[in-house]
Design a protein around this ligand. Structure first.
Ligand code: ADP
Ligand code: MG
Length: 680
């Protein structure tokens, strides 16, 4: 008994002893502030306890239930000295502890941690609504009306059983005379960046009470200190199992990384990064360090480089925010390394998350309100919310659920996800760059069709991508030769044929560091971007463009130019940046069927799916087949090609046209080497 009393005294001594660097009494001052602001708890740094009384610090970790109980009383006793009036008013001050010396990985929590004080960090993926929790239940006997009060802890409410006065067995709960506190449950999951490769994230439930409720929202990264406890598993029909589930009764929660950089950079590394940025070849070096194991796709890789660095989001005085994050869509034939590129980006981005459009959780890509097993609703964050302040790679985005499509519009421009369902109304942050991949709706990309006929996504979503690239798998002997050599070498040497100039580690740090710089547009850059935009805009006036040229593209040009300036850690966006981005934008627009050489869109591509010149040529092939048919009865392929070559269509092109007409069912081959019209 005597040792226990000492604990309380020890803590009060501690509260009175700790001084700040300026010589003030740290916790006495804090207590005065708590009284002033009518707060409920005192937050103590574990290091302070360790510095003053290491034995007490150890006891706190090993035996937190008891020590925290005494600590709370000691704090109240000290409050009685600082502000007796407030102490009387609250009759309890909760003692909370932050920053334990050791962080435990959520993955390794086990039986050895039970009933100990631990510190964990992770990302909140789910939060229930706030519910009152009874801590003192007032019952009244139905027979003799005797009042019985029972303190409550544990998971189920305990009743009086038998009335001590009249031996009655039925009671009413008197809410008015009972004591409740606020409670909430949240689910903490391993952060995507902490996840061992190829592993599913693990999670643990946290029980929060009093002033800890509603501090953290889904998508927040938190550090929490608490006591690990057990909850028995139940089998079907309420049968108790022999297994238990670990949960954490939280003592303290701190939201982390709200603004801070995700990656720590030492002063030596900072020097290395600044040195690198002065290298005249830095841009080339960055570029060739992006996905070195993937062959080709230079323009695409350049765009991905800018996506990783990102532009600058702008908060205007009237409350409007313009996103700085860059969104890119890859549409391509199967096997063109789309998924590989997405996976790569997730690994190298300072904070990256890879997901598939199909989604694996109830929340899918955005957010959902889900019904809890034990009743009640909770809000669950999806991939875009979890990737807040990072890069979200969405593979097979064309297969996303209809609910996600709706939310995607908001997420991609406003960078928030709003939900109002089942009594939960919330807006969560989703400030992430999006790199998405889609497969063509018809299996292969058809260049003679419009982009939105090629992929199963509405124009409204397509237009929210800053850049769009089409990756086609066209057999071409010279390129195939180089590519196969690249892939075979890769398999032989188990690494990229060429070492990237920057290792993934230093690249990540370089990217992270660059975000400290907010480059500003120079007048020259503004001039170049404006000229280009106005030219594109006037050319799209009349035509119904597959992707309309709107102010969105202008904002995209700005973001991408800013990102390029960050490549050089430069605080100005130059004309050189602007011109490089205009080049990429042209390639992207060309990919979706806008002819940037004339500045005009080929109306025929949009209206019929075929450019005019192609339609003319196809018509020529058909009439030639008809002519030869009339003359000889049979159409020999070689005769046809000979005739066509006279009309300036070489054999290769002629073959392509014939096979296209066959695919469209206009021509067919009655026997090898011969061609016929299907219906005359
Ligand atoms: P997709 O998602 O586009 O269908 P994947 O990313 O799954 O294709 O790629 C299929 C395989 O082909 C991967 O093993 C990938 O490494 C290889 N591959 C395809 N294109 C390239 C390329 N350009 N360079 C290196 N490997 C490639
Ligand atoms: Mg794929």
């Amino acid at each position: 008994m005597t040792t226990l009393i000492t604990v309380e005294e020890k803590i009060q001594d501690f509260l009175r002893a700790v001084k700040t660097e300026t010589g003030e009494y740290k916790y006495r001052k804090k207590l005065a502030k708590i009284a002033l602001k009518s707060e409920k708890s005192l937050i103590v740094d574990f290091d302070d306890i360790l510095a003053i009384d290491s034995e007490l610090a150890k006891q706190l970790i090993e035996n937190p239930d008891e020590v925290l109980d005494y600590a709370s009383r000691a704090t109240w006793a000290q409050m009685k000295i600082e502000d007796p009036e407030y102490a009387e008013q609250v009759d309890k001050i909760i003692f909370r502890v932050r920053k334990l010396p050791e962080k435990i990985s959520l993955r390794t929590i086990g039986e050895e941690h039970l009933a100990k004080l631990v510190m964990l960090d992770g990302i909140v993926v789910r939060a229930t609504t706030v519910k009152p929790l009874i801590i003192k239940a007032a019952f009244r006997c139905r027979k003799c009306e005797a009042n019985i009060s029972i303190e409550q802890d544990g998971l189920v409410m305990r009743g009086p059983g038998i009335c001590s006065q009249c031996k009655g067995k039925s009671f009413d709960l008197i809410e008015r005379d009972s004591t409740f506190i606020n409670s909430q449950e949240v689910r903490l999951q391993e952060k995507p960046e902490d996840l061992p490769p190829g592993q599913l994230p693990r999670s643990i439930d946290l029980k929060l009470t009093e002033d800890l409720v509603d501090i953290a929202r889904p998508g927040d990264r938190i550090s929490t200190v608490g006591i690990t406890r057990l909850q028995i598993d139940t089998l079907t029909g309420g049968v108790k199992s022999r297994t238990f589930t670990i949960y954490l009764e939280a003592n303290q929660i701190d939201i982390i990384g709200k603004e801070a950089e995700v990656i720590e950079i030492t002063p030596e590394e900072e020097q290395e990064i600044v040195e690198l940025s002065k290298d005249p070849w830095i841009h080339r070096k960055l570029l060739t360090s992006i996905a070195p194991s993937i062959h080709g796709y230079e323009d695409l890789k350049e765009s991905i480089l800018y996506l990783l660095f990102g532009g600058i989001s702008k908060h205007l005085p009237d409350g409007v925010t313009i996103r700085g994050d860059i969104n890119i869509l890859l549409v391509g034939d199967p096997g063109t390394a789309k998924s590989q590129l997405l996976q790569y980006v997730t690994r190298v981005a300072p904070r990256g998350l890879y997901t598939s459009g199909r989604g694996s959780t109830a929340a899918g890509l955005t957010a959902a309100v889900v019904r809890e097993k034990a009743g009640g609703m909770s809000l669950e964050a999806g991939a875009l919310v979890l990737a807040d302040k990072g890069v979200c790679s969405i593979d097979e985005i064309d297969k996303m659920k209809p609910e996600d499509r709706v939310a995607m519009h908001e997420a991609m421009e406003q960078q928030t996800v709003s939900i109002a369902k089942g009594g939960i109304v919330a807006t969560l942050n989703a400030r992430s760059a999006i790199l998405a991949a889609a497969n063509p709706a018809l299996g292969r990309y058809d260049p003679y069709r419009n982009i939105n006929d090629n992929i199963n996504l509405p124009i409204t979503i397509l237009s929210r991508f800053d850049l769009l690239f089409v990756m086609r798998d066209i057999p071409e002997s010279e390129a195939d030769d180089r590519m196969s050599e690249h892939i075979l070498k890769l398999h032989k040497f188990r690494s990229s044929p060429e070492e990237p100039p920057l290792s993934p580690e230093i690249l990540r740090k370089y990217i992270s560091y660059s975000k400290r710089i907010d480059p500003v547009l120079t007048d020259e850059a503004i001039r170049d971007l404006r000229d280009f935009y106005l030219k594109m805009r006037s050319s799209s006036e009349s035509a119904e463009s597959p992707v309309a040229i709107t102010p969105r593209q202008l904002e995209a040009l700005v973001r991408l130019s800013e990102a390029r300036a960050r490549n050089f850690l430069r605080n100005k966006v130059t004309s050189e940046d602007a011109l490089a981005i205009i080049r990429l934008m042209k390639i992207s627009l060309q990919d979706v069927g806008i002819d940037t050489s004339t500045g005009k869109m080929d109306i025929d591509v949009i209206m019929t799916g075929k450019p005019k010149s192609l339609r003319d040529k196809m018509q020529l092939v058909i009439s030639m087949v008809a002519k030869i048919e009339k003359e000889t009865g049979n159409v020999d392929e070689s005769t046809l090609y000979q005739e066509l070559s006279k009309a300036d269509i070489d054999e290769e092109q002629a073959k392509a046209l014939v096979s296209r007409l066959m695919r469209e069912g206009i021509l067919y081959s009655p026997k090898p080497g011969f061609i016929k019209r299907t219906a005359v």
